[in-house]
Design a protein around this ligand. Structure first.
Ligand SMILES: [Fe+2]
Ligand SMILES: [Fe+2]
Length: 375
């Protein structure tokens, strides 16, 4: 099951630093030590120069060095007869191509095993101090408990994943996405003609529990804290996925749009002086929001076609039902054609960084849209 193996004795100074690091950080003595979930810079500093070279050697042996760009992560684990041990698991999230294990200090028994579909444990033959072996990251593996007392079984483990991959028979492939949880891993084959969509506008579509929105129908009504907290957590869960970070968010304004007759509409507008805005479809049968291309006038002026399919002037967000929400940058212009009866709830959000002054929204205002009198 192994794809590469060797025996490499760790230099004594690195060995000592790893042991010291484990002693410093192994707080729960009943649990096996792992630096995997701790971003311990100390271990990184100690491990990277040595293991960077070792991984390069492995990649060269496997014929992957010259035709890939790769990254790796490293972690330290320590087990003994007093600690728990590592249950069966695997390392594959869609991106890793090699996992490896370097036994720094071995135990008498071979602890590392692979698990097949029959539940059989398959032990790599060489598990002495210095043995390093690599396998496909999707193989399920586990660690038997160390039997003998007073022995710390110490290992360094790692994963290698690819950023680019060149093959003799196909074009270069690139892999996007990071190791973080939740990040989509996408492989793309490099083509002679590459189409990119530049300057995309992030917009979120979310589900809202309307029962948690307490926005009284009076013309001006206080908004309960529970509603603000619910909306805040909902919006934060979306905005926190973006790369541009913020400290806190505040609602600049929240209001209800009441389309009383099918002739009610809202004209072209942006939500000025705020960062993000949302529309929650409350009782309208179906959304009729139309977003406008930020380069509307340039496209309109220079496009060969009345209505370009590749650079459309508008985006019809006409598929939302009650309980749906769209969250968009406030500068994104939009309008609502006539035809709906019912209500939507809109809001503006201001993102704050520390030390910025704050406002305090407490009221919800209801607007009718008879004459498109409000943005
Ligand atoms: Fe593992
Ligand atoms: Fe609006």
């Amino acid at each position: 099951m192994l794809i590469w193996s060797a025996n490499k004795k760790l230099p004594e100074n690195i060995h000592t630093e790893i042991i010291n690091g484990v002693q410093e950080n192994h707080n729960n003595k009943e649990k096996f030590f792992s630096s995997f979930h701790t971003s311990s810079k100390n271990f990184t500093d100690v491990l990277v120069p040595y293991y960077g070279n070792l991984i390069e050697e492995m990649m060269r042996d496997l014929g992957l060095w010259s035709r890939t760009q790769y990254q790796y992560n490293l972690w330290v684990q320590m087990y003994n007869s007093e600690t728990t041990t590592h249950e069966p698991h695997e390392h594959f999230t869609g991106k890793e191509i090699i996992s490896f294990n370097h036994i720094i200090d071995s135990s008498n028994n071979k602890c590392f095993y692979f698990l097949n579909d029959n539940g059989d444990k398959i032990y790599p033959e060489h598990q002495e101090s210095g043995d390093i072996f690599a396998w496909a990251p999707w193989l399920v593996h586990g660690i038997d408990k160390v039997k003998e007392p007073n022995t710390n079984r110490l290992i360094v483990a790692g994963n290698v994943w690819l950023k680019t991959y060149d093959a003799p028979n196909i074009n270069t492939m690139t892999c996007t996405g990071y190791m973080d949880d939740g990040e989509d891993v996408i492989w793309k084959r490099k083509k002679d003609i590459v189409k990119r969509d530049l300057f995309s506008v992030p917009v979120f579509e979310l589900k809202v529990d309307l029962d948690k929105l307490i926005l009284p129908s009076a013309e001006v009504a206080p908004i309960p804290d529970t509603t603000l907290e619910y909306l805040s957590s909902l919006v934060s869960s979306a905005l926190n996925t973006l790369q541009d970070k913020f400290d806190t968010l505040e609602f600049d304004m929240i209001w209800r749009n009441n389309y009383q007759s099918k002739s009610d509409y809202q004209g072209y507008h942006i939500h000025a002086k705020t960062h993000w805005s949302f529309i929650i479809y409350e009782s309208v049968e179906r959304s009729r929001t139309v977003f406008c291309n930020p380069s509307h006038k340039e496209v309109q002026n220079q496009s060969l076609y009345e209505s370009s399919l590749d650079m459309p002037l508008t985006y019809n967000a006409d598929y939302f039902k009650p309980g749906d929400m769209i969250l968009f940058p406030s500068w994104l212009a939009h309008h609502v054609p006539a035809g709906n009866v019912g209500t939507t709830i809109s809001g503006n959000i201001i993102l704050k960084f520390n030390n910025q002054k704050t406002s305090d929204v407490k009221y919800c205002q209801t607007y009718s849209n008879e004459n498109s009198h409000y943005m």
